[in-house]
Write a protein that binds this ligand. Structure first.
Ligand code: 5GP
Ligand code: SF4
Ligand code: MG
Length: 452
């Protein structure tokens, strides 16, 4: 998963890119980068860490001049976490400059790679994103637009991308619209962002989403829209469950509204009779927990406190303190939990490690009973489209039954939201969503294990 930004025609393009990346920090905390274009050449700044670590030092943004820029927050799911894999990627190609930021995972690349290498392509990274550039540069079509369309038509899987090619900006989304991508305007400038919360931060007005299967080109001739492929909506439903920020609007709806509805539906489907309090695992399940409490007798309480200043790079002292990683992040409020029948609402269980440690911690606060409710169905299958879901072996719901998971966690009850409940909570046609990690209904067959 990643966050992407494009700013077209604004005198403070790189500063706006920085601010938008800051608002999209939740989509990737591993690394960040910005490429700018000043009308003659490209400039690039990249680094490991949070956006403020990479760009917050005085002078960094001054090295990114120009009225056009793109940015990227990295959350590595593919191609390893090496420095050469930090985006945006920047290439020089036939005396021109081309750069790209990509959110999503491409699939079925082996054959394409063989073909491209036969034509002389030399891959510089282990990232799937590079394929779009090679397919463009090796395209036999005549015009720039057709070469770009050719490249996007030849890849499969998930892509929301912003690119620059000298004075042009190119913005595109796969035909399923798997990952979000919105258009905003600030005065006469166009702003492209993964989520609308970034538009709010810079005071830009939301215009619309890039349509699934749409490519936009912006240059001195204006803004032109092209069709990559016929739209076949399959939005990632996990964006609503966990990934997107609740203050964003994605896929045509408010994340807060749908996430709250997930909690409400869960409370109706899997109630806890006689529960005293509902708590969330901050921050990811706050909204769903509020929704749950609105449809149950139990009141919403804050029983877990999260330390927000835990960076990704914190090195855990191995074995020194049990459950140290979770203790760094959370602590309990004993007065809230003691002697209460506690309902914990969490958004998802992936490997099951977080909740297991949390339950151990919560038990020390002496609650009467612990009931867990999950505002999504069991995650049983890997995601090929960019979410960090590991192999089947690592997914606890693939390996254990509901009862075994409950026992493993050591709680009084455990229930998940049903797939029907998940889909009905969106109040949109259910065919519009990908649910493969819950249902195994993949959008397209994955031909091979990718090892590029
Ligand atoms: P696990 O069960 O693997 O210990 O962690 C599940 C928790 O991590 C959930 O509470 C959820 O908020 C969060 N989570 C869900 N999906 C992802 C993901 O793709 N990446 C990360 N880092 N966390 C996730
Ligand atoms: Fe989203 Fe799950 Fe589909 Fe991946 S498999 S795109 S996480 S719904
Ligand atoms: Mg969580």
């Amino acid at each position: 998963m990643c966050g992407i930004v494009g700013i077209y025609d604004h005198k403070e393009a790189s500063t706006l890119t920085y601010l938008c990346l800051y608002a999209l920090q939740h989509r990737g905390q591993e690394a960040g980068g910005i490429v700018s274009w000043d009308g003659n050449r490209s400039f690039v700044e990249k680094g490991v860490g949070l956006v403020s670590d990479v760009f917050g030092n005085k002078g960094t943004l001054d090295r990114l001049p120009g009225k056009m820029s793109i940015g990227h927050n990295r959350y590595s799911t593919h191609g390893g976490s090496g420095k050469q894999n930090i985006q945006p990627f920047l290439y020089n190609f036939q005396n021109s400059s081309i750069s790209i930021s990509h959110n999503g995972n491409l699939i079925n690349l082996k054959e394409t790679k063989r073909h491209l290498e036969e034509m002389g392509a030399i891959f510089q990274t282990t990232s799937d994103t590079e394929f779009i550039i090679h397919l463009f540069s090796h395209s036999e079509k005549d015009s720039f637009e057709e070469k770009m369309l050719d490249a996007f038509r030849k890849v499969r899987g998930a892509f929301s991308v912003v690119m620059m090619h000298d004075d042009k900006m190119i913005v595109a989304r796969d035909r399923h619209g798997l990952r979000p991508l919105s258009i905003g305007k600030l005065d006469d400038s166009y702003i492209f962002v993964s989520e609308t919360c970034a538009l709010d931060l810079i005071g830009a007005e939301y215009i619309r989403d890039i349509r699934p299967g749409e490519m936009l080109i912006l240059d001195e001739n204006g803004k032109r829209s092209f069709n990559i492929a016929r739209e076949n909506k399959k939005h990632c439903i996990f964006e609503y469950v966990y990934f997107s920020r609740p203050d964003s609007h994605i896929f045509g709806n408010s994340v807060d509204k749908i996430r709250r509805k997930l909690g409400k539906t869960l409370a109706l489907e899997k109630p806890v009779s006689g529960g005293d309090i509902v708590i969330s695992v901050p921050d990811s399940s706050n909204t769903a927990a509020v929704g749950f409490s609105q449809r149950s007798e139990a009141r919403f309480e804050i029983g877990l406190i999260r330390n927000h200043y835990v960076g990704r790079t914190f090195i855990c002292p191995t074995q020194a303190v049990r459950d140290f990683s979770v203790k760094l992040k959370f602590n309990t409020i004993r007065g809230v939990l003691e002697n209460r029948k506690v309902v914990i609402v969490d958004d998802s269980i992936v490997r099951g490690t977080t909740l297991k440690k949390l339950v151990r911690m919560i038990k020390k606060a002496n609650p009467k009973e612990i009931h867990i409710r999950i505002s999504s169905p069991p995650v049983k299958y890997p995601c090929y489209y960019g979410m960090d879901f590991p192999s089947e072996e690592e997914l606890i719901a693939n390996q254990k039954s509901l009862d075994e998971i409950r026992e493993h966690l050591g709680v009084d009850s455990l229930e998940y939201l049903s797939v029907e409940g998940l889909l009905s909570s969106t109040q949109m046609p259910k065919e519009n969503f990908c649910t493969a990690c819950f249902t195994k209904n993949y959008i397209e067959e994955r031909k091979e294990e990718e090892s590029l």
